[in-house]
Design a protein. Structure first.
Length: 99
């Protein structure tokens, strides 16, 4: 008979963990990498005066959207980081991780 072994970590922690081998973690890393690359590209393009004037609204929207995504990612990581034994303390673990 087979016994199911349950991880002590949540699905969300496993997805956000940089060392995770789970498929959802790999997909998340790709999506975040694409967002970071696009954000860098659009920021660079926005420094060109002609593009900045022509696409100003788009650049502001994209910057706000990416900032919101990054903030949600950061807050989510703060919420689940205590599942790592190194940062297990609810207060100091989060502070140590954030620093």
């Amino acid at each position: 008979s087979s016994i199911a072994v349950h991880s002590q970590h949540s699905w969300l922690y496993s997805m956000l963990n940089a060392h995770s081998k789970k498929p959802q973690a790999a997909k998340y890393k790709v999506v975040m990498s694409v967002i970071i690359f696009a954000n860098l590209l659009f920021f660079t393009l926005s420094t060109i005066p002609e593009y900045h004037e022509r696409y100003r609204k788009f650049f502001y929207f994209e910057e706000g959207l990416c900032s919101t995504i990054f903030l949600i990612d950061y807050i989510t990581r703060l919420c689940v980081i205590t599942q790592c034994h190194r940062y297990a303390d609810p207060t100091w673990g989060r502070i140590n991780w954030a620093l």
